[in-house]
Design a protein around this ligand. Structure first.
Ligand SMILES: [Zn+2]
Ligand SMILES: [Zn+2]
Length: 417
C-alpha cells in the first residue's frame, strides 16, 4: 500500500522520502516508490486491488488517486515533458545569484545579535528572563506549529491552539507558516536534490544560511507549484497569518518583545531592541538553521543509512526536540519527530502531549515500535538493533522462501521468460 503521493517520476530525491512510506515492503534494496508503484502493471495491484480497509484508510487521509503526481495521463505527461525541458534549459544556465537585500538583512541580524549578546551582560535580570521566555514561546511556534502541525499534519489542533501557535510563530518571525511549510514539504519530498531549498549536498554554509540569500534553483521554484497545500489553504488561521504577515511580524516579533521590558521594568529601548529583537530573532533562526545543516551532516543514521539526515542530540536540546532528524525524515508523520519519549530532549512533544491532555490537540500520529525496529534492521547503519532478532527477520534462505518479497517475485517471473 502506498499511502503517500509518489513524487514526479525521475526525481532522485524521492528515494529518501518515498522509502519511508514503504515500510511494509520487504525488500533490502533502497525502497523506491517508482519501483514499487509502477510494478502494479506487472501483477502487483497496489492501487487496482484496493481492499475496503485500504480504501477506508486512504479516504480518512484524504488521499485521492487522481491527484497523485505520478499518475499516468497523456495530457499531463506532455505538460510534464514540456516543463522538464524548460527546467533543463533553465538548469543549464543556473548560476546562483546573491540577493543583496536578503544578504544585507542577514548581515544586519547577525552583527546586531553579537552586539545584543554583549549588551546582555548589562541588562536587567527580568530582561534576561524575558528573552528566554520569548525564545521558548516562539520556538514552540516553529516546532509544534509550522513544523509538526502545518508542515507534517502529524496531529490535529483545535482552533484556540492554532491561534496560539500562529501567534507564537509570528514572534519567531521566520516568514509566514504557509511559506515555511511549503518549503519544508519540498525539503522532505525532494531531500538532497536540486529541488531541496536547502540541499545539504551543496555544503554546510548553503544549507545553514546561504539558501536564504541566494536565488533558488529552478527545480525548487518548479516544485513549489506542485506540492499540495490545499489543507493549509483551507485553514483560516494560516491564511490570516499569511495575509497580514507584515503587520503581524512588526507587532509580534518587534514591538511586543521590545516594548514589554521597557514598559514593565524600565529597560532602555536601545538595549531592549538589540537583545529582545535582534539577538532573540537570530538565536531561533540559527537553531532552525542547525537542523538544516548540522542535523544533515554529522551523526548516526539508525533508521536509514542511505539518506543524509542524522540523529543530533545536541541540536535536539536547543531545537526543542527537532534534532532526531534521521528518524524524522524516515517517519515525518510522527508527531514526536523522534523514537524516544524523553521530554528533556523533546520539549515540543511534552507540549503537544499536554495540549492533548487538556483537549486542545488530538489525532497524534506515531509509528509502532515494530515498524521502527523493522526499518532500523533493514535500512539503518547498525547503531540500533544490531543484535536484535529483527536484524534477521526479513532475511530469506533462497528461492521458495515464503517471505520472499512479492515485488521481487514478480520481477523474477518476468526475467524467467
Ligand atoms: Zn520536517
Ligand atoms: Zn531535514
Amino acid at each position: 500500500m502506498c499511502l503517500s503521493k509518489p513524487t514526479v517520476a525521475g526525481d532522485a530525491a524521492s528515494g529518501s522520502s518515498a522509502s519511508s512510506s514503504c515500510t511494509g515492503m520487504q525488500s533490502n534494496r533502497t525502497c523506491s516508490l517508482r519501483d514499487v508503484c509502477s510494478s502494479a502493471g506487472n501483477g502487483i495491484k497496489h492501487r487496482g486491488n484496493k481492499d475496503s480497509q485500504t480504501k477506508e484508510v486512504e479516504d480518512s487521509l484524504g488521499y485521492k488517486e487522481e491527484n497523485a503526481v505520478y499518475k499516468e495521463n497523456e495530457a499531463a505527461s506532455e505538460v510534464l515533458a514540456h516543463q522538464q525541458k524548460q527546467q533543463e534549459e533553465a538548469e543549464e544556465e543556473y548560476i546562483p545569484q546573491i540577493r543583496w537585500p536578503d544578504l544585507g538583512a542577514q548581515s544586519f541580524l547577525h552583527a546586531g545579535a553579537l552586539y545584543g549578546i554583549y549588551l546582555l551582560f548589562y541588562a536587567k535580570l527580568y530582561t534576561f528572563l524575558w528573552v528566554a521566555v520569548t525564545i521558548l514561546v516562539s520556538g514552540i511556534g516553529i516546532t509544534a506549529g509550522a513544523h509538526r502541525l502545518w508542515s507534517h499534519k502529524s496531529y490535529t489542533a483545535s482552533l484556540p491552539l492554532r491561534v496560539l501557535l500562529a501567534f507564537a510563530f509570528s514572534i519567531a518571525g521566520q516568514r509566514d507558516a504557509y511559506t515555511w511549510a511549503l518549503d519544508h514539504r519540498i525539503h522532505h519530498k525532494f531531500s538532497e536534490t536540486d529541488a531541496d531549498p536547502h540541499n545539504a549536498k551543496r555544503g554546510f554554509f548553503f544549507a545553514h544560511v546561504g539558501w536564504l540569500f541566494l536565488t533558488p534553483h529552478p527545480k525548487v521554484i518548479a516544485k513549489r507549484k506542485v506540492i499540495d497545500m490545499s489543507d493549509l489553504e483551507a485553514d483560516p488561521v494560516v491564511m490570516f497569518q499569511r495575509k497580514y504577515y507584515i503587520p503581524l511580524f512588526a507587532l509580534c516579533s518587534i514591538v511586543l518583545p521590545v516594548m514589554v521590558p521597557w514598559y514593565f521594568w524600565q529597560e532602555s529601548l536601545w538595549m531592549s531592541f538589540w537583545i529582545n529583537f535582534n539577538m532573540r530573532f537570530c538565536w531561533t533562526l540559527n537553531v532552525a538553521f542547525f537542523v538544516n545543516s548540522v542535523a544533515h551532516m554529522w551523526g548516526r543514521k539508525p533508521y536509514d543509512k542511505n539518506i543524509m539526515p542524522v540523529e543530533a542530540p545536541l541540536v535536539s536540546l536547543v531545537a526543542l526536540g527537532e534534532g532526531w532528524h534521521n528518524y524524522h525524515h524516515v517517519f515525518p508523520w510522527d508527531y514526536k519527530t523522534g523514537e524516544f519519549g524523553s521530554y528533556t530532549l523533546n520539549i515540543t512533544t511534552g507540549f503537544i502531549d499536554f495540549c492533548a491532555r487538556i483537549g486542545l490537540a488530538s489525532g497524534r500520529k506515531f509509528v509502532s515500535p515494530d515498524m521502527i525496529k523493522r526499518r532500523a534492521a533493514k535500512c539503518g547503519d547498525g547503531s540500533r538493533f544490531l543484535s536484535d532478532d529483527y536484524a534477521h527477520k526479513d532475511q530469506v534462505w533462497g528461492f521458495g522462501d515464503r517471505d520472499l518479497p512479492r515485488e521481487d517475485l514478480a520481477e523474477l517471473a518476468k526475467m524467467q521468460n
